[in-house]
Design a protein around this ligand. Structure first.
Ligand code: ZN
Length: 229
């Protein structure tokens, strides 16, 4: 099943990049990069050191990878997303995503060392947000943890040791590492969790999938790893 899905994604991306006109395919995704921060140092650095071609390439890879981690077959993906827009804008902070619109902050682009390395990690995180479901009641920390889990599985970024954090839904790397621990009992855990929550989220999904409550899993995890680094 997995190799088939992968080859379909590969074919899809090949088609999308090889054709001049946008292919009429239900699952094709178009990428539009707009640098609205050109007068700033960050906007200029984006042009000289990152660029549209690199950005589109990484966004495509990130989409294919998120679909793989989430095990989303074509008809399980968000059907209303046929374009991902990426804007570089004069805004504070690193990046944020609303729907299928990703915004990258000019100040971040200006100041971050090794901008291509760092922005690749950021693109994977933000693209995960585009494709993940936002079941009602899902903690923000879990939303952020799932996006960072995609980054972790992609082998990107520098990671703390397992055990980091004081709450399972603390978010970002702390929650991503906990999800990875959950996946040690069920390799498809994150994909299965996501499949349960297109409409509504409940902590009981952890127990449904792993036979233990999320609080028990967190206690076991902390007992095993301590506080991480
Ligand atoms: Zn995020």
């Amino acid at each position: 099943m997995a190799p088939l899905l992968l080859s379909m994604v590969g074919l899809l991306l090949l088609t999308a990049s090889g054709a001049a006109a946008r292919p009429v395919t239900v699952n094709s995704v178009k990428y539009v990069v707009t640098n609205e921060a050109l007068p700033t140092l960050g906007g200029k650095r984006f042009e000289s050191e990152v660029g549209t071609d690199f950005t589109v390439k990484v966004l495509r890879n990130a989409t294919a990878f998120a679909w793989k981690v989430f095990r989303q077959s074509p008809n399980e993906r968000k059907q209303d997303v046929d374009v991902i827009n990426l804007f570089v804008r004069v805004v504070p902070g690193i990046a944020f995503t609303v729907g299928n619109n990703i915004t990258i902050g000019d100040d971040y682009v200006e100041k971050v060392p090794s901008v291509r390395v760092s922005i690749t990690e950021t693109y994977f995180h933000e693209v995960a947000h585009v494709w993940q479901p936002f079941g009602e009641g899902q903690p923000i920390g879990l939303i952020e943890g799932i996006a960072d889990y995609v980054v972790l599985k992609a082998g990107l970024g520098t990671w703390a040791k397992p055990g980091k954090g004081t709450r399972w839904d603390q978010g970002y790397d702390a929650t991503a590492l906990f999800l990875d621990y959950c996946a040690s009992f069920r390799s498809t855990f994150v994909a299965d969790l996501i499949r349960l929550m297109p409409v509504k989220y409940s902590d009981s999904y952890f127990e449904q999938l792993l036979g233990k409550t999320v609080d028990q899993l967190w206690a076991d995890y902390k007992a095993k790893y301590g506080d991480g680094q």
